[in-house]
Design a protein around this ligand. Structure first.
Ligand code: PMT
Length: 420
């Protein structure tokens, strides 16, 4: 199917777009326009602070609806009052959400129209934080945001980068295009996502993906690990979800925001990753092992911090970790298993030997080392598999962003999966 068959899945959706007072409020004008273009009917609710950054007239012109900003206004209540607005909403999206509005929402305040609507509306609620990076990293703001998440709010961003105040860091409002993409993704059915993605045949299937490194404890403060950032695995998870799959991501410790709509199981060690993989695989259709699992772990985990002592050398006794993807491929014969092979030499030879030794359906050969693959935003790989005559087949994917690569790899993986 082609990308032109994109369904305007926000068609007819009633969206209350809350705009609070931050410099990113100017981006909300574009957001309103894009949401309308995606088929939604939008009613903008502005806080008092938002008026300092953008005028109601802008939103009125863009949405074709009058803008709401007053709680205790007899005229407004006689038209569409706060309870009607709360009931009318299919979605509530607050963008930008300042630290102040997040704090008021997290504490159940109903001291203006926007916070009152949020309390009175049963609709799914989304928050796009926007503030200075120091404010965003403040534990009070983080605790307020996490509190809202525990009450079912979904977080959209924030993004990293240069800020209006000149700081660089996390706290920028997500770009309007990304917000719309995330809303489309989280409100659409598997079939709609599949249709939009252009990748077919995976709608409704369960895909389990491992990502990131594992950490193998040495003592209470040290561990063995590797440079995996999780970017490849997370990009695969986002692309699989966008293609209509139900996705479980088993993630080692990484600094990434989980993609919208997927289930994340956080683990630390290889043994925990294996336990999670076993319990998630019983009803799965496809298993993709993108994690960089530590092959060994310390035989003993010291109860207390290991002391330096007087010797100039020290040795460590290691034991082999279980091979997760080989175990899963062995235990779940009908599961379609795809591995990655991270190699510093004899790439295709070593990768094809892992394909057969681990009894995988496909393997992604990955040249690593010297600044390649690990913790990079882009990568180039070769996909290997055996055809029906047991002849080795290969397809090379050129250097590109891991997100683009993930989409292309999944297209090829799903196509092969369907021939099995
Ligand atoms: O996370 P990023 O920074 O984006 O980097 C991505 C990546 C380079 C980590 C990823 O693309 C990748 O290549 N992952 C596999 C890394 C690896 O450990 O390769 P390997 O050749 O050692 O292992 C082969 C396969 O067996 C892999 O699918 C691995 O997940 C799996 N394995 C390995 C050891 C083990 N004990 N259990 C496993 O399941």
């Amino acid at each position: 199917m082609s990308a032109q068959t994109a369904l305007p899945t926000l068609q007819g959706k009633h969206i209350v777009l809350g705009v609070s007072g931050g410099i990113a409020a100017y981006k909300s004008a574009l957001l309103a326009r894009l949401l309308k273009k995606a088929g939604a009917d939008i009613k903008v609710v502005m806080t008092q602070g938002a008026h300092a950054f953008i005028t109601p007239l802008t939103f009125q012109a863009l949405t074709g609806n009058s803008v709401h900003d007053t709680l205790l206004d007899a005229d407004a209540e006689a038209g569409m009052g706060h309870i009607e607005l709360a009931r009318w909403a299919d979605l509530v999206v607050i963008a930008p959400a300042t630290a102040n509005v997040i704090a008021r929402l997290a504490n159940g305040h109903a001291d203006d129209l926007l916070t009152t609507i949020c309390l009175a509306s049963p609709a799914p609620k989304y928050l796009a934080p926007a503030m200075n990076q120091q404010m965003w990293s403040n534990p009070i703001v983080r605790a307020n945001t996490e509190r809202l998440e525990t009450f079912g709010w979904s977080l959209l961003g924030p993004d990293d980068g240069e800020q209006a105040c000149g700081d660089v860091g996390s706290g920028r409002m997500l770009e309007p295009e990304t917000i719309v993409e995330r809303l489309l993704s989280s409100t659409s059915s598997p079939a709609e996502r599949a249709s939009r993605s252009g990748i077919s045949g995976i709608s409704g299937k369960k895909v389990v993906i491992t990502a990131g490194p594992t950490r193998e404890a040495l003592d209470p403060v040290r561990y063995l690990s590797n440079y995996s950032s999780g970017k490849m695995g997370y990009a695969l998870a986002a692309a699989a979800y966008a293609a209509g799959a139900s996705v479980t991501l088993i993630s080692g410790p990484v600094q990434l925001e989980p993609p919208t709509g997927i289930t994340v199981v956080n683990v630390t060690s290889a043994e925990q990753m294996l336990d999670a993989a076993r319990s998630e695989s019983s009803d799965a259709d496809i298993f993709i092992a993108a994690a960089a699992v530590a092959d060994f772990r310390p035989q003993q985990v010291a109860e207390h911090k290991i002391k330096k002592g007087g010797d100039s050398t020290a040795s460590l006794e290691l034991v082999k970790n279980p091979d997760i993807v080989a175990t899963i491929a062995g235990e779940y014969a009908s599961l379609f298993c795809v591995g990655f092979a991270a190699e510093t030499q004899s790439l295709l030879e070593n990768a094809s030997s892992k394909l057969t030794r681990k009894k995988l359906d496909m393997i992604v050969a990955n040249q690593v080392g010297e600044g390649l693959a690990f913790d990079q935003d882009s990568n180039a790989v070769t996909l290997l598999w055996q055809d029906a005559q047991q002849t080795l087949q290969q397809r090379a994917f050129p250097m590109q962003s891991k997100h683009q690569l993930a989409r292309q790899l999944l297209d090829a993986i799903f196509a092969h999966y369907q021939t099995q």
